[in-house]
Design a protein around this ligand. Structure first.
Ligand code: SF4
Ligand code: SF4
Length: 338
């Protein structure tokens, strides 16, 4: 066996459904991406849950379902949603902040849930808690240990910002100690709270800082037996740019029925689709999908429109690099690992 590092292209025919079943949360993380002004405060009720899960189910192809919030374990019907999703043929992940409300572990079977994914933004309370809240590190790591002991496949999501980039290498021993074998490193997106706090210490890391740190730490984690997935962010010379909106099937679904194809657009009422009376319908007007076909030298058009400070130009006005689709990932781990 050897360690392989590769860009994961969009898989034709694969469908990814990110279903936000509520926007409520017990925490108030500094970089929370939830925007209740855009996505409301309601919960998807049990009947809607069943209808919406059926709406996106397609047994003929690989369909990945991510149940998230807000904090999804605050929804009393989450165990029902997990079970029903499995019956419908989805590969199912739940993203949690680690509080595991409503006795979630006891009410869900590891056979029904492919991954339980915990969000943690530091290798210790000193790093994590100023971002996610007092006491959260302890609760979350205890939740991880309980989930692993109960037989669940556990993954961990770390959202990188200037506040916690330097602590990233210390995650490797923590992952080993906890027994977590799959790790997602995310880039801080300018959505929700992050869009409001732009410029303070929680803001995005520069290209130089990202490239100096993230690939190296990912390689260290892979050498320690952890499978690591992180966004490509910057395209190299010769790499092809592709917009997931054109070549992949991703749906970001919110409790008020808005359905986006691009996560960068979630702060704006430009969703390409909506769910109305149990049907998935296209929206008219200036919607996100009108932008997907635009071919610009900077790569992702939404990044240029919404996050122009991530770009740099040379003296001739040419971009120094291209930004990849935010959904394009790199993967590093032992060949054959999941
Ligand atoms: S980032 Fe997640 S855990 Fe944190 S406040 Fe927002 S919804 Fe809650
Ligand atoms: S992030 Fe950019 S490239 Fe990816 S789907 Fe959105 S617009 Fe397309």
């Amino acid at each position: 066996m050897s360690i392989s590092s590769r860009t994961v292209g969009f898989k034709p025919g694969e469908r990814n459904v990110f279903l936000h079943i509520l926007t409520a949360c017990n925490l108030s993380c500094r970089h929370c991406y939830i925007n209740r002004g855009q996505h409301g405060t309601e919960m998807v009720d049990r009947l809607q849950l069943e209808t919406w899960l059926e709406l996106f189910a397609d047994p003929g192809r690989r369909s990945n379902l991510i149940l998230l919030g807000g904090e999804p374990t605050l929804h009393p019907d989450l165990p029902f949603a997990v079970r029903r999703s499995k019956e419908l043929g989805y590969s199912v992940t739940v993203d949690t902040n680690g509080y595991l409300f409503h006795d979630f572990l006891a009410r869900t079977s590891p056979q029904d849930l492919d991954y339980l994914s915990f969000s943690l933004d530091g290798p210790d309370a000193q790093t994590n808690d100023p971002i996610r809240g007092d006491g959260v590190f302890t609760v979350c790591t205890r939740g991880i240990a309980r989930a692993i002991a109960a037989g669940f496949n556990v993954s961990l999501i770390y959202t990188v910002s200037e506040k916690n980039l330097d602590a990233l290498p210390r995650m490797v021993p923590l992952l080993q100690q906890l027994g977590v074998r799959r790790w997602f490193i995310q880039v801080l997106g300018l959505r929700g709270n992050s869009a409001k706090s732009e410029g303070d210490e929680t803001s995005r890391v520069s290209r130089r800082r990202w490239l100096e740190t993230v690939p190296e730490v990912a390689a260290q984690a892979a050498a320690a037996g952890v499978h690591v997935i992180y966004p490509q962010v910057f395209l190299e010379q010769g790499e092809t740019f592709e917009c997931a909106g054109n070549v992949a099937e991703n749906y970001f679904v919110f409790p008020n029925g808005r359905v986006y194809r691009c996560p960068l657009c979630e702060d704006y009422p430009v969703n390409a689709l909506r769910i109305e009376e149990g049907r998935l319908l296209p929206n008219d007007g200036l919607t996100e999908d009108r932008f997907f076909a635009l071919d610009i030298p900077e790569g992702c058009v939404m990044n240029k429109l919404l996050q122009p400070d991530t770009l740099e130009y040379d003296e001739h006005g040419r971009p120094r690099y291209r930004i990849s689709c935010c959904l394009l990932k790199r993967e590093i781990g032992w060949q054959g690992a999941g």
